[in-house]
Design a protein around this ligand. Structure first.
Ligand code: ADP
Length: 419
């Protein structure tokens, strides 16, 4: 194994694996900390998908260190810690605490933090993160149910999460190319800086940053930071194969499960509801102890099995705020996630074998409920989201989408690609 990756949620892991596959690396995604004896055969890269974005920092650290130990035991030459391109975190973590713990465990003293992903509109300038044309804090992310992002300045955001010094490599340096970026890393390191936010506006910036990072033991960032890494291994002659990702050849029933409350997922739902049978899960019914899972599954069983169904809990920010005010942010989220997991299990038992899931945490809950351990990464649907196929277990095609990803017609488009 050349590159070992630790991702803090499952859609983010898939997005990263997708980038590595496009760069020519054979990639397998593993769900959760792998068992010590897990055999993955020969592969260029492994992405371990944790569910460590929003749990307490101590748990996130423990799981990340266990993943690190397994990856290093498999011979990983470099480690990438992947988080969301919108830097999803709170002052309690988990980006800073996990990055510090990984550095300590590796005996390293410097890493970078670069969540930029220009293809999906995430760019960093002077340390400020933009989503499309607006600052992170005006992008809708300020209303995220679990980690509202109200400060767009990543140097400040990360500084609140680590006792160590945080610096910045500005775009003016990045534009000079890999050697200048590498020199900037050395300069920051000499000043005792342990984490450097790195500006990036275009894909070519990320490629230069990737090249400049070839000797870093640990890199942290969004999936975009992986764009320049395959070249580093190719230059060493270590990458000999080219993967040709194939679509899952799975024919059968299709369903979409959406638990993301992001703007884009709500648009995708509004678009698709017009033509598909859909079921809106009301979290107040879950809280009231009504048999919501049974209701959803009875409804799904009564639909035409040739037509895809859409099942969603997604709601507007004011509705989300109301339920959170009653039950607390995490409790409300977990309550819905648990139902989504049970619904997915029921759908699978009903013969659904092509499943699209919208929402990072929601995808994590679904994958856990279905007991999926590993995924083969297939071709891309929309930027950052590939089709995947479960390895071991029943045949299942899965598309796991982070809330804001995909175009408005994502649900139809994804299922339309399958045979
Ligand atoms: P994203 O990828 O957009 O961040 P996630 O699935 O990661 O989406 O996060 C959305 C969170 O909101 C999940 O914890 C989910 O259970 C929760 N959620 C879903 N529907 C509702 C709702 N109607 N009210 C409150 N929380 C909800």
């Amino acid at each position: 194994m050349l590159l070992g990756c630790i991702a803090d949620d499952s859609t983010g892991a898939t997005d990263l694996a997708n980038t590595l596959v496009k760069g020519g690396m054979n990639t397998i995604q593993i769900i959760g900390v792998p068992a010590p004896d897990m055999d993955i055969g020969e592969t260029d890269a492994v992405v371990v998908a944790l569910k460590s974005r929003t749990n307490p920092a101590a748990e996130a650290i423990e799981d990340s260190l266990a993943a690190l130990a397994w990856l290093r035991a498999q011979g990983a030459q470099q480690i990438l810690f992947k988080y969301c391109s919108t830097f999803d975190s709170t002052d309690a973590g988990n980006i800073g605490p996990v990055a510090d713990a990984l550095l300590d465990a590796m005996g390293a003293d410097f890493t970078i933090a670069c969540p930029a992903f220009p293809e999906t509109g995430r760019s960093i300038y002077k340390g400020y993160l933009f989503v499309g044309d607006v600052l992170l804090s005006e992008s809708g992310m300020e209303n995220h149910p679990l980690n509202p992002m109200t400060d767009p300045n990543l140097v400040r955001v990360l500084d609140r999460q680590t006792p160590n010094a945080v610096g910045l490599v500005e775009l003016a340096t990045v534009r000079k190319g890999a050697d200048a970026i590498h020199a900037a890393f050395d300069g920051l390191k000499a000043k005792g800086i342990r984490h450097a936010i790195v500006d990036a506006v275009f894909d070519e910036d990320l490629i230069e940053i990737g090249h400049a990072s070839k000797n870093l033991e640990l890199i942290t960032g969004g999936s975009g930071i992986a764009m320049g890494l395959p070249d580093n291994f190719r230059a060493l002659g270590a990458l000999t194969r080219r993967s040709a990702p194939a679509l899952p050849q799975i024919v059968g029933r299709s369903a979409v499960i959406a638990g993301s409350c992001s703007k884009m997922t709500r648009k995708q739902i509004a678009h698709t509801r017009r033509s598909w049978p859909s079921f809106n899960i009301d979290p107040w019914n879950i809280a009231a102890g009504k048999p919501v899972v049974a209701e959803v599954l009875d409804w799904a069983a009564a639909q035409d099995d040739r037509a895809p169904v859409l099942i969603f809990s997604s709601a507007d920010p004011d509705e989300v705020a109301a339920i959170q005010a009653e039950f607390g942010r995490e409790e409300a989220g977990e309550m819905v996630e648990k139902v989504m997991g049970q619904v997915a299990r029921g759908l699978l038992d009903m013969g659904v074998n092509r499943l699209v899931v919208a929402g990072g945490e929601t995808s994590g809950a679904v994958v856990k409920a279905l007991d999926i351990r590993a995924l083969r990464i297939g071709p891309e649907i929309d930027p950052g989201v590939p089709w995947t196929e479960a390895i071991g277990g029943v045949p299942l095609a899965l598309a796991l989408k982070s809330g804001n990803f995909g175009a408005e017609d994502f649900f139809e488009k994804s299922l339309g690609m399958l045979p």
